[in-house]
Design a binder for this molecule. Structure first.
Ligand SMILES: Nc1nc2c(ncn2[C@@H]2O[C@H](COP(=O)(O)OP(=O)(O)O)[C@@H](O)[C@H]2O)c(=O)[nH]1
Ligand SMILES: [Mg+2]
Length: 390
């Protein structure tokens, strides 16, 4: 899973990225812990089933702290987008290609309203303008990709197949394409759309395959909460989550330095050092008050994207259905993020293609009941896959 951070310059995208990807602990063998500057790992969190079962898990593909399970997801922070980036303004829009593979996008806006859509300091700038601009630039970027290939697409009898080939790196399925063609009554063979039709298609595909959340950042600045509330009542199209990326970054830095004990997402922390300077202590008290007075935080933001916007559930595969272990004896080693509606066979495929190939049936480890391959998984299911191939 890949989540992209987008927005105009100076809204706090990179600060948010740093805060989301800074951890006290990382999972050593997770493939993405080697980080290039703008690609990192963040952790979505949810109560672990080990609490309900009254055991302590040995989490391996995820982390578990005080019965809160943390699941790795990839985060990418791209350059700032400005109005008319698609005709070369600012840094242009080529860097949006890095978002092709993203499953969802976080649009970062400045709730303090002190930076405009170009990132310049101003007295007032309406964050709604940023949302409109970002969405529009993303649609323009996508439209240009279609335009570039239109000549080839127009020669093909089957337009859906032709589009699907062009969009193979975009996490766009044939079904997605078909749905949008139907929605806007667009022709599907020997496609030769007008610019307007290309734009409609692009808008439809982006809305369907790149769901977005708006992050109202810099909520710590005086007056920002009012702007945030205004934004929430004016924009119904997206969920809007307020946060202060800079405060959360300070918080996670303090946790990393073992100055405080903090579980991401909590609205409190414990100070571990008693020899802090007055300045540091005051800063921590300020952060503590901030946490207590604000409901949203970046952990909720990430959890919203993973579990609500992208509709994932968590399933725990085990080999021993009595002890809830793998064959090394690890208790509930893996928590797997999987789309709601997935089947037991989908889970087997996610674990290993061979496991799926030889799959006979699944078993609910709680009830010991047999489940068919097409059983629709439920959130927090503990599942044993029985297969002829391991
Ligand atoms: N007050 C406040 N300032 C912030 C916050 N997040 C970022 N900033 C500041 O905004 C400026 C731009 O931040 P940066 O992360 O580089 O923005 P980007 O260009 O969108 O990546 C920097 O001066 C940050 O310190 C925040 O939550 N609150
Ligand atoms: Mg940046």
């Amino acid at each position: 899973m890949l989540i992209g951070i987008v927005g105009a310059p100076n809204k706090g995208k990179s600060t948010l990225f740093s805060a989301l990807t800074m951890h006290e602990v990382t999972i050593a063998d997770y493939p993405f812990t080697t980080i290039n500057p703008n690609l990192g790992v963040a952790y979505a969190s949810k109560e672990c089933v080990d609490k309900e079962l009254n055991v302590n898990c040995n989490a391996r593909n995820s982390l578990c702290i005080n019965h809160i399970r943390f699941f790795p997801v990839n985060i990418i922070d791209v350059a700032g987008l400005v109005e008319d980036a698609h005709i070369g303004k600012g840094m242009g829009n080529q860097f949006l290609n890095d978002l092709a593979n993203a499953d969802a996008l976080m649009i970062v806006v400045d709730a303090s309203t002190k930076t405009d859509a170009h990132g310049n300091k101003v007295d007032y700038a309406d964050p709604i303008k940023d949302i409109v601009m970002v969405k529009n630039e993303i649609i323009e970027w996508f439209s240009n990709i279609i335009k570039k290939h239109l000549n080839i697409i127009s020669k093909r009898e089957n337009g859906i197949e032709a589009l699907h080939e062009i969009l193979s790196g975009f996490k766009v399925t044939k079904n997605d394409i078909e749905d949008i063609l139907n929605l806007y009554s667009l022709s599907s063979n020997k496609i030769n759309w007008t610019d307007n039709e290309i734009k409609k298609f692009s808008e439809g595909i982006i809305e369907k395959t790149k769901p977005m959340v708006v992050v109202a950042n810099k909520i710590d600045v005086p007056g920002a909460i009012d702007n945030f509330n205004k934004l929430k009542s004016a924009v119904k199209e997206y969920k809007i989550i307020g946060c202060s990326a800079s405060i959360e970054l300070a918080l996670r830095k303090a946790a990393k330095q073992n100055i405080i004990q903090y579980i991401p997402g909590d609205n409190q922390f414990k100070i571990l050092k008693n020899d802090l300077s007055k300045e540091k202590l005051d800063a921590l008290i300020y952060i503590q008050n901030f946490l207590k007075s604000n409901n949203d935080n970046i952990q909720q933001l990430l959890n919203y994207v993973v579990f609500d916007l992208l509709d994932n559930i968590v399933v725990y595969p085990v080999e021993d259905e009595n002890k809830y272990t793998d064959h090394f004896g690890n208790v509930l080693p893996d928590g797997i993020l999987i789309k709601r509606g997935s089947t037991a066979l989908d889970l087997a495929e996610k674990i290993h293609t061979n496991l799926a190939k030889g799959m006979l049936y699944a078993m609910d480890a709680r009830t010991k009941k047999r489940l068919s391959k097409d059983y629709i998984l439920k959130d927090n299911d503990i599942i044993k896959i029985v297969s002829t191939i391991k």
